[in-house]
Ligand binder design. Sequence first.
Ligand SMILES: [Zn+2]
Length: 474
Amino acid sequence: MSLTRILPLFILFLFVSPAMAQTSQPDWAKIEEETMRHFQAILRLDTSNPPGNESLVVDYLKSALEREGIETKVFANDPKRANLVARLRGNGKKRPVLIMGHTDVVTVDPTKWKHPPFSATREGGYVYGRGATDDKDNVVACLMVMLLLKRMNTPLDRDVIFLAEASEEGGGPNGIGFMVDQHWAEIDAEYCFAEGGGVVRTGGKIQYAGVATTEKIPQGARLVARGISGHGSVPLRSNAVVHLAQAVAKVAAWRTPMRLNETTRAYFERLAKISSPEAAARYNKLLQPGDSPGGSDDAQEYLAVNEPRLYSTLRTSISPNIIKGGYRSNVIPSEAEATLDIRAAPNEDLTWFFDEMKKVINDPAVEIVRNQAGRPGSPPSRLDTEAFRVIEEANKRVYNVVTLPTMLTGATDMAQLRARGVQCYGIGPMTDSEDGPKGFGAHSDQERILEEALHRFVRFHWDIVVNLARGNAP
Ligand SMILES: [Zn+2]
C-alpha cells in the first residue's frame, strides 16, 4: 500500500465525527474488489443509446440485488429498455431518499478508442470505457450502497429507493418521464441523489466538491427570416439571408440580464474563498448589489472569454448553432432560418425574455418560433436541508474539502423530480480538471475513471445515505 493510498484513510479517521464512530464501517478493502467486479461487468454491457438495451443492466442489477434478498421491481415501456426499482424499507419516520443512476450511455465510434469502448480495460490506475463517468459510476455506487445497507442490517428511519433508469441520454419516453408519469408512487421521495456533481482536483490537489442543486432549462427557438425571392444579379433589400444574419449577430451580442439564484450566489461566494485574490475579486464583484448592468461588466466580460461555463451560469444563454438558407448561388431565397440553443436560468421570465429578444432583433421580417421546453423548470433545491448538510459533512470527511452548490448548464433527469418537489442533489466522483481537455472526459473517446476515485465515491455515497437514512437500532 503506497503512501497516497494510506493518506486518504488517515484523513478519513481524522474527520470521523462521534455520530459516525457509532456506525461500524464496512470492510472497504473487500468492498473495493467487489465494486470493481460489478463496475467492469456493467461497463461491458453495451447500452449505447440509441437503441439503449438498458434491460441488460437491469437484469444484472436485479440478480445482484435479489441474491442478497433485496426486493426489486422492473418497469418497462419497451421490454428492451427497462427501469429497475429496489427498495430497502425503513420505519417510516421520515420520507424516502431516492438514489439513482442512468444505465444508458451515449453512442461510440469504436475506431477512435484505444481500448475497446465496452472492454472496461484497467490500465495505469484507470478504468476505461463508455459510461465510466457517465453514469455507470453512479449506478455501481448505488448498487454497493444497497448491498451494504442490507448486509449490515442498518436500521433505517426512511426507505432507501434505488432507481436504475433508462434513456437519460437524449430523453425519450422510456426513462424518468415514464417513471414520474406512470409509477410515481414507486419513486416518490423527499430527497434524491443523482449524477451531476463531482470533486474537482487540479494539479493533484483536491479543490472543492461540486454538488448540483439546480440546472438550466433547455428552451430552443428558431429565427425565421422571410423576404422576396428573385434573381441573384439584382440584390434586394429584403434578402432573407441578410436579415437573418443581422438578427443572429444581434441575439449573439445581446447580454441578457444576470439572474443569480440561491445556488449561484452561494457558489460564487464560496468559490471566491478558495480562489486567488484576483479571481476572488472578480467573483465578488458579480455579487455586489446593483452590479447589473454597469458595475461588474469587466468581470462578466472576463468570464465570457475565459470561463464561459461560469458566464453561462449567470444568465439565460443563447447560442446560434444551426443556420440554413438558400439553395443556389443565383437565386435569392425567400426564407432563411437559424436554430438557437437557449438555456434559461431557472428564474427567467420567458415571456419577458422573448418579448425582449423581439425588440433586440427589431426586424418585422424575422419571426421568433419557440420550441416546446424539453424539461420542466423548478426552483433550485434548498441548501438548508438535512440532505445538503450530510453531503457537506461527507465531503469534509472523505475529501476534506468544502462543498460548492452548482447550477448545471446542461439538463439532467433531476429536472422532472424537482418539478415534483423532490430536493435533488447531483454528486459524482473525483476527476482531474486536466483530464477533460485532454480528451478523457464523459462522452469522449477515452472516457475513464480513476480507480481510486471510484472507490472513494462509493465510500462517500454510503456515508451520505447512511447518515441521512439511518435510524436508531430498536
Ligand atoms: Zn449522464
